[in-house]
Design a protein around this ligand. Structure first.
Ligand SMILES: Nc1ncnc2c1ncn2[C@@H]1O[C@H](COP(=O)(O)OP(=O)(O)OP(=O)(O)O)[C@@H](O)[C@H]1O
Length: 856
């Protein structure tokens, strides 16, 4: 950066800026944060600020932009949301008292992964920072949400797993120590993940050993250390709310690549990126933000442990069976605030009086929850309640200390109850006494002077004064009153005794607010000691919230409790797709069975487009995932294996970040499944091979099926339009054909959405094209080509001769060919909207058409 000015302040600025070259430097000057040089130019564009210049008169004025300090949060937020970092530089001493240049320093580096949640909109969003270290045997990974202080750690062998984990976690920032390929760096950036360098920090920090205490793996320890060091170095304060890191094995959960999670729309719709339209949207009946976040976590990490799944199911069952306990819990949960994030604010020291009271209220609500569980009469619920510690003493100490409706600010008094501190009570008495004295004085002065509208007032500049309206000035006792201020209609005076009492009152007031702040800070410190217990409580209530939500889902939507098969068989009776069911009018979803015995591994699904093949396939995956997070499932009954992995190649939600072509993505996803699936996995392949020439595609699809059949044995649903493949059931004993039914009535295609045994007999593609409103000429051309191909016997055609001479006019045999004009006429007829026409207009139209036909 060119150095242009050499004033002492700019010198200081450059020194600080040099330490944070990749961050926007918000440099505090009085009531503003100023940006200079490139930061100002870029910042003014992004934040829509006016770009001005410092030292305008010099030859090289410095570009400058500023934001008022009161509004700084929203500007910082905008930059960080866009993936930038912001270094906040404060004045570290009072400018009035400073000798020479005011000392300044960075108090916090805000980065995408360390942003604290701002508004209610992101209360269900976790904001993750991930740390990756590369070691000889693999990679250590740790991630944390700073607002809640939770930390998770794991280790993986392969680089590809690291990148997948970062993408599926949707981390906002990664601190990467190791080799990150340029293409992956690019990929992460496109996914809005900021890549940062590790930070350095001197000395030992208690937080590090505290959070590492349960870890045994050296890679995980290293990743966690790097994570905490980065947090400490950027936040520049102690972080008492960081939780003991939980180690997990990726293989401990059902594994799904991030593309699979996206394709199945578990937490966001693939088209809009929003919650609506996702499985999370359907299931999220949680009351608290903590519950919502936990449900989201569960959705991306379904369990493998049958014991844990059953434990969850038992809680859901108990709550489903007991409507009143459930309602009581929901009512009380409404009074529970975000304990995890409140703990974070306590640790950061920015929790305000109102929030501390919210904390106490949440603890009181917790007592009611425990009571409801205890009175339920159900042993599982009772036991759960017994494990919860409502922190009664803490609740009491907060409510005993704070007034019922404290203000947000801790610095303006009015927070602490009477009786908490003798000194405070004394100051308050003095203030009250002083105010009473003023009222008395006002009365006496009115009598003495005979001025009825004389009053005593206060302003910040002059303090207390006696105000007399202009008409009464003659009555003012000039010997006792000193004039202080003249207004249009009145004069203001002071007297020595008024000033004397003013001093007493103001001093008592300032001592009182100072003392209140001190008492509040003590309370805040006392709460700090309870942070780990509050976090544990938060986790327990969040889980309870999700169980209640599952019970409510089960009741409202008629979900059943799935059972699990150790014999690798599937038996779903009347299964439904939870999301499609939720958006269709009630009762119109057509349920389907899916029964796959131990001996069958592949269902080959045929049927017209739009008939419901994808829906049927996804339905199974969603039911399996719901079952493995402990939820009940949309079916009359369901028996499933515990799947270890889910693979998909579905639809057109291609990986926009990978820079690969559609066909390449298709093949990569197929490859994932072929390489990594086991006999305990679930594989969904929708129209594999459609992205290339017909025979290529068909051959690939056939070979893939055979490989899955012979070598993998995973439960596979394979939808295809290649009818030729349905003959595979003759040679592959573990493969069966099923199809989605459709019938034709009066030339119209009717979708039955019903799964039936055996292959489909027709493909109906042209019917669907007709539904989509394609021009008749195209439909007709397609129909005749189809006839021709069928006549030639497409299967006999030499597969190497891929360039069929489809358009050869000689070979197209047509009965009664239509003229182009007639085609157009037919298109016109089919497009007339009868609802918009009067009978007379229709008659006129028919007359026109008849005329046109005669002319041809
Ligand atoms: N069981 C069902 N009950 C009611 N409606 C259904 C059912 N299954 C699917 N549908 C409806 O049919 C639409 C098309 O389904 P889907 O996308 O699964 O078809 P498809 O056979 O996979 O089509 P394509 O081959 O073109 O991909 C869905 O959006 C849904 O509205």
């Amino acid at each position: 950066m060119p150095r242009k000015a050499t004033t002492p302040m700019m010198e200081q600025y450059y020194q600080i800026k040099d330490q944070y070259p990749d961050a926007f430097l918000f440099y505090r000057v009085g009531d503003f944060y100023e940006l200079y040089e490139d930061d100002a130019i870029k910042g003014s564009q992004i934040l829509e600020l006016t770009l001005t210049h410092r030292s305008n008169k010099s030859e090289n004025p410095i570009p400058m932009a500023g934001v008022p300090h009161m509004a700084v949060d929203s500007y910082v937020n905008t930059l960080v949301e866009k993936g930038y970092k912001v270094a906040i530089c404060e004045q570290l001493e009072d400018p009035k008292k400073a000798k020479g240049m005011v000392k300044r320093g960075i108090i916090q580096l805000v980065t995408p992964g360390t942003k604290m949640a701002q508004g209610p909109d992101d209360s269900q969003e976790s904001n993750y920072l991930t740390s990756v270290v590369e070691k000889a045997g693999g990679y250590g990974l740790a991630y944390s949400d700073l607002s809640t202080g939770e930390i998770f750690a794991t280790h993986v062998k392969h680089y590809a797993e690291v990148v997948n984990e970062l993408l599926s976690l949707r981390t906002r920032e990664v601190v990467f120590a190791g080799n990150l390929s340029a293409s992956d760096r690019d990929r992460l950036q496109k996914a809005n993940i900021t890549v940062s360098e590790p930070a350095e920090l001197e000395g030992e920090h208690a937080e590090i050993s505290y959070v590492q205490q349960k870890l045994t793996d050296s890679m995980e320890k290293a990743a966690v250390r790097q994570l905490v060091v980065y947090l400490l170095a950027t936040q520049k304060r102690s972080l008492a709310h960081l939780q003991v890191a939980e180690s997990f094995e990726i293989g401990q959960y059902l594994q799904m690549a991030n593309t699979v999670q996206r394709n199945l729309e578990l937490t966001q719709s693939a088209t809009t990126g929003r919650k609506q339209g996702s499985l999370f949207w359907v299931l999220d009946k949680t009351t608290t933000a903590m519950g919502g976040r936990l449900l989201k976590q569960w959705l991306s990490r379904p369990l493998l442990s049958l014991d844990r799944i059953k434990q969850r199911q038992q809680m859901v069952q108990a709550l489903l069976d007991d409507y009143f306990t459930r309602e009581n819990i929901v009512d009380s949960l409404k009074g529970v605030y975000d304990l995890e994030r409140l703990s974070g604010r306590v640790a950061f020291g920015n929790v305000n009086p109102r929030e501390l009271l919210q904390l106490a209220k949440s603890l009181e609500a917790t007592k009611l929850i425990i009571q409801a569980l205890a009175e339920s009469g159900n042993p599982d619920l009772e036991k759960y309640g017994q494990g919860i510690d409502p922190q009664s003493e803490l609740a009491e100490s907060i409510t005993n200390c704070l007034v019922d409706q404290p203000p947000i600010s801790a610095k303006e008094g009015g927070i602490i109850r009477a009786g908490v501190s003798e000194d405070l009570d004394k100051y308050r008495e003095a203030m009250n006494g002083g105010k009473k004295w003023l009222a008395q004085m006002e009365m006496e002065e009115r009598q003495r002077t005979g001025i009825d509208n004389l009053k005593i007032g206060y302003n910040r500049v002059f303090g207390y004064f006696i105000q007399v309206s202009k008409g009464n000035v003659a009555k003012v006792p000039q010997d006792r009153y000193t004039r202080k201020q003249t207004l249009t209609n009145a004069e203001r005076y002071i007297t020595p005794e008024l000033k004397e009492h003013e001093n007493l009152i103001l001093e008592a007031e300032s001592r009182s607010t100072d003392l209140e702040y001190e008492l509040f800070s003590q309370l805040r410190e006392a709460v700090k000691a309870h942070i780990p217990a509050l976090q544990e409580l938060g986790r327990q209530l969040a889980a309870l919230d999700v169980f209640v939500a599952f019970a409510q889902d089960a009741e409202e939507k008629n979900y059943c409790r799935p059972s699990f098969s150790s014999k690798n068989e599937i038996a779903v009776k009347n299964g439904r797709h939870p999301v499609v069911e939720a958006v269709l009018p009630a009762g119109s979803y057509i349920p389907n069975d899916l029964v796959m015995d131990e001996d069958t591994s592949i269902y080959l699904i045929t049927g017209p487009n739009m008939s419901g093949k994808s829906t049927y396939m996804r339905q199974l995956a969603l039911i399996a995932i719901m079952a493995q997070i402990g939820s009940f499932v949309p079916a009359d009954s369901a028996k499933l294996p515990v799947f270890d992995q889910v693979f998909t190649r579905i639809g057109a939600a291609d990986d926009l970040y990978s820079g690969k072509s559609t066909f390449m993505v298709e093949m990569s996803e197929a490859n994932e499944a072929l390489q990594h699936a086991s006999s305990r996995s679930l594989v969904l392949f929708d129209e594999i091979g459609r992205g290339t020439a017909t025979y290529d595609g068909m051959a690939l699809a056939g070979a893939i099926i055979k490989y899955l059949h012979d070598k993998v044995g995973a439960k596979t649903l394979f939808a295809t339009h290649y009818h030729e493949l349905t003959e595979l059931d003759e040679t592959l004993p573990h493969l069966k054909n099923i199809h989605v039914g459709a019938t034709e009535e009066n030339g119209q295609l009717i979708f039955l959405h019903k799964i039936l045994p055996g292959p489909a007999d027709q493909s109906y593609g042209i019917h669907v094209a007709k539904l989509a409103g394609l021009p008749r000429a195209v439909l007709r051309e397609a129909s005749s080509m189809l006839k021709r191909l069928e006549a030639e016997g497409a299967r006999e055609i030499n597969p190497s001769r891929q360039q069929l001479d489809l358009f050869s006019p000689v070979e197209v045999v047509e009965e009664n060919p239509l003229k182009a004009e007639q085609e157009e006429l037919l298109d016109e007829i089919s497009q007339v909207n009868l609802n918009e026409k009067t009978p007379l207009e229709v008659m006129q139209l028919v007359a026109d058409w008849q005329q046109a036909l005669k002319e041809e």
